[in-house]
Design a protein around this ligand. Structure first.
Ligand code: NAD
Length: 378
């Protein structure tokens, strides 16, 4: 292959070819100034359900470094509606069968998989094989084995991988992480995180079908609570034990309804989570030697709200979290900034999810965890 010199490289960039080259995962634009990058990365959404329709597509109209460029859907009637609404050319519209042809489409740089959980691995791996950067919705997959397969496929294809943990890009969560790092109230003693909502809609929905969801409240809202205790302390837990509660067995025939779990950390700090599809709560509380911090709500689409002991309000202007998330991942691709939500973070959470299910199965037994700093991004 002919080596590329600095002049040729700059010329290619000014011709708008940066994104095409980046598809192969080449860190061509690393270290470049923000304003020198002209091209917005093209994003294809796979699965046009509630989250894509009401959060991701509108957010991608506000992003600076990427834009909605393609769709992948199993519903032919959605093709026309979306194409017209978002001005998507015909050649950027795919279904689940012809999706792999996306390999030949230079307008698509990032594939964002927003399907039921059991379909994540298949589409993420197909996207990586097509040479596209990948964002996988949470939970990353339905098993640690599947997470490994996604990570390996992205490494092999030399493409970037992220998970749809939008909160890492928003300022309230970043403030919690700053408190965990700088410890203005001294050593953290206890973290409590609750992530739950009351579900009463369609009993046929995929979230209540283990084959499609991989599990119930824990796989859905539970991953937010797990995330919260980790960024609330700045550490991975060293053990977990868990309990399951069922009050509406006729509705939750196949998936977990309510789960509580307790974590130990190497500093002696303790964490407690509650996740449920039978209660409305959305809160993170971190207490330390000399004070506390609370977000309530802590993980919805915002605006979030926070306070600390001593009556101090935590307040930031509200922006769409998904807009911030998509621009962060695009900057990682375009400029080589840190990937603040790498695939390893999604895999780590799935290790914890599997340990929680194991503990419940074994009557609440304490399960040791050997995670080191896996998935911790400072
Ligand atoms: P949804 O039910 O609204 O949409 C699912 C989409 O998948 C639909 O377009 C549906 O047609 C398609 N689909 C394809 N095969 C299907 C099948 N066999 N059964 C059911 N649907 C099928 O779900 P959603 O709320 O958009 O969630 C999609 C993914 O996004 C999930 O992984 C979920 O956990 C995640 N999510 C993340 C957030 C977040 O805040 N990060 C919020 C909501 C959902």
């Amino acid at each position: 292959m002919k080596p590329i010199n600095r002049r040729t490289f700059s010329k290619k960039l000014s011709q708008g070819l940066a994104g095409t080259a980046l598809v192969a995962g080449m860190p061509l634009a690393c270290g470049m100034q923000n304003d020198k990058i002209k091209k917005k990365l093209g994003v294809a959404l796979v699965g046009l359900g509630t989250y894509s329709t009401y959060e991701l597509a509108p957010s991608l109209q506000e992003t600076k470094h990427c834009q909605l460029a393609g769709i992948v859907t199993g519903s032919p009637e959605k093709e026309k509606v979306w194409a017209e609404k978002y001005n998507i050319p015909k050649e950027n519209v795919y279904n689940y069968e012809n999706f792999d042809r996306i390999v030949n489409n230079p307008a698509i740089d990032i594939v964002y998989v927003v399907l039921p959980n059991s379909m994540h691995a298949d589409f993420c791996i197909r996207a990586a094989k097509a040479g596209k950067h990948v964002i996988c919705e949470k939970p990353m997959a339905v098993s640690v084995t599947e997470c490994d397969a996604i990570i390996q496929a992205c490494e092999k294809a030399n493409v970037k991988l992220s998970v749809g943990y939008r909160l890492h890009s928003e300022p309230y969560t970043q403030e919690v992480k700053r408190y965990a790092k700088e410890k203005p109230f001294g050593a953290i003693q206890y973290v409590s995180a609750d992530a739950a909502y009351f579900s009463r809609s369609n009993p046929e929905q995929w979230r209540l079908n283990r084959k499609l969801s991989g599990g119930g409240a824990l796989m859905n809202m539970g991953v937010y609570a797990i995330q919260s205790v980790i960024y609330g302390t700045g550490m991975n837990p060293i053990s977990v034990k868990a309990q399951e509660f069922s009050t509406r067995p006729d509705y939750f025939k196949d998936t977990d309804e309510t789960i509580t779990a307790q974590f130990e950390f190497e500093t002696g700090a303790i964490g407690n989570i509650m996740t449920s599809h039978s209660a409305n709560i959305n809160r993170l509380f971190v207490t330390s030697e000399k004070g506390w911090l609370e977000l309530n709500p802590a993980n919805n689409y915002g605006p979030l709200s926070g306070r600390t002991s001593g009556g101090k309000e935590i307040k930031f202007p509200h922006e769409r979290q998904q807009k911030l998330q998509m621009d962060d991942f695009s900057k990682h691709i375009l400029m080589g900034t840190t990937n603040i939500v790498p695939g390893e973070m999604g895999k780590r959470d799935m290790i914890i999810v599997e340990a929680i299910y194991q503990s419940i199965k074994e009557g609440g037994k304490t399960i040791p965890l050997d995670l080191g700093t896996m998935g911790i991004v400072s």
